[in-house]
Design a protein around this ligand. Structure first.
Ligand SMILES: [Fe+2]
Ligand SMILES: [Fe+2]
Length: 423
């Protein structure tokens, strides 16, 4: 017999706005430990004990909703097969069509006494997070669920059960995501490198900028536990993110003073230009990342004014890395910020303006948190940033002294001319 957390017979059709959580095969100690983490007002916790088949039958009879989160004990006799069934159940929240691959889910697997594995899925990307049991908290899960936009699952739960239960081969799905084969990825890297060289002929700053954005994005990708192939795709997206600048007039992309409105509007076109030159076949998600890297979390960005989780994860990562580099690297018209000042700026841009210290919610707060933590802990990156800042400050000081000297010479010249007049 299956029970919910109140001990009632399970006959639930979740019409409220709670997240549904399945606990599978946990012993009473684990159950009691976990149950405290899920307040009843937000979570419908269902203990499916160890009988998945009964559960499946009830589901087919439309007596149950699909879960948002699955928790099970990997220490017990759970097999890979069952694990896949549980994964499939999560995926099955959406109709199993190509479109459904975009839909998110989260599942949590208790691996052993020490670690808990959490899987979240967003925009075709599976992110695996291992956390220690000590660190396990509901906030951690909510953070991860927010990353995967699990709120959408509530809508999906209204889908008819007949359509829900279909077979899906997770491995097949994962393989289909690997749209770029190893060989063609290597080729793409070479191509991206060549394109970067072309950009450097037009604008040296942009070429270096793309490299640094790739370094920061890669670091964040690792911190988010993206797979190696996903990180390679992310690096590629970073190298290509400003590729559209190739199509803009040199006078605009190399301008050393602030852009006027007309020039800025022209500059904005680089995202559309960039994504339009990438082929749709196989590289759809790269196009999406290139097109979306100037979107803002509150919907005030360009070119599509996308909001929140409608912006692809890659584009959200690029936006943070892009701004961080713009603030910390030398572009003639900006004063270079220290890494710490730039972190502060990013954090303030995760809060709306009406909140103290907020400058507008431009970035995903969870990603910014992770970014600040990751970059500030990277000794090499921080040393490079401090060195670059020192050089930029020295250069700025020299320029100021040069300008001062120039002004003094002009004043002296004027005095001399005046003196000569009366001589
Ligand atoms: Fe850009
Ligand atoms: Fe950029």
């Amino acid at each position: 017999m299956c029970y919910n957390n109140n001990g009632d017979n399970m006959n639930i059709n979740n019409q409220n706005n709670k997240y549904t959580i399945w606990l599978y095969n946990l012993n009473s100690r684990e159950y009691n430990l976990l149950i405290k983490e899920f307040p009843k007002e937000h979570f419908e916790v269902i203990d499916i004990m160890n009988d998945y088949t009964k559960f499946e039958t009830l589901q087919k009879q439309k007596l149950l909703d699909k879960p948002d989160i699955v928790i099970c004990d990997m220490n017990t006799e759970i097999t890979n097969e069952l694990r896949n069934i549980l994964y499939k159940s999560c995926c099955g929240l959406a109709k199993v069509t190509t479109k459904s691959i975009d839909d998110p889910f989260a599942s949590i697997f208790q691996l052993n006494d020490e670690k808990i594995e959490i899987m979240v899925k967003k925009n075709k990307i599976y992110m695996k997070q291992l956390i220690t049991k000590k660190d396990f908290s509901i906030q951690k899960i909510i953070d991860l669920c927010q990353l995967s936009n699990i709120g959408k699952l509530q809508k999906l739960m209204k889908i008819e059960a007949d359509n829900i239960i279909k077979t899906i081969d997770l491995n097949q799905e994962l393989n289909s995501r690997k749209s770029i084969s190893y060989v063609s990825r290597e080729y793409l890297f070479k191509l991206a490198h060549t394109l970067n060289e072309i950009i450097s002929l037009k604008d040296n700053y942009t070429a270096g900028h793309c490299q640094r954005v790739a370094i920061y994005s890669e670091a964040l990708g690792h911190a988010l536990n993206l797979s190696n192939s996903q990180i390679e795709d992310l690096i590629l997206a970073a190298y290509l993110h400003d590729i559209g600048k190739i199509g803009l007039p040199d006078a605009v992309i190399t301008k050393t003073s602030k852009l006027n409105d007309l020039e800025f509007n022209l500059m904005k076109k680089h995202v559309e230009l960039g994504s339009s030159i990438l082929p749709t076949e196989q590289l759809g998600y790269l196009k999406e990342a290139v097109r979306g890297h100037h979107e803002k979390y509150d919907g005030t960005g360009y070119p599509d004014g996308l909001k929140g989780e409608n912006i692809s994860l890659f584009a959200q990562i690029l936006a943070i890395a892009d701004s961080f580099d713009a603030m910390t690297s030398q572009r003639s018209y900006n004063k270079v910020k220290s890494a710490e000042e730039a972190f502060d700026d990013l954090i303030r841009h995760t809060k709306p303006k009406d909140i103290e210290g907020g400058l507008g919610m431009f970035y995903n707060p969870i990603l910014v948190d992770k970014f600040v933590e990751t970059i500030s802990n990277s000794k090499t990156i921080m040393e490079n940033l401090h060195h670059a800042k020192e050089l930029a400050d020295q250069k700025m000081l020299l320029n100021e002294q040069k300008e001062m000297l120039q002004r003094e010479m002009e004043i002296q010249n004027e005095k001399n001319i005046g003196g000569n007049r009366y001589a």
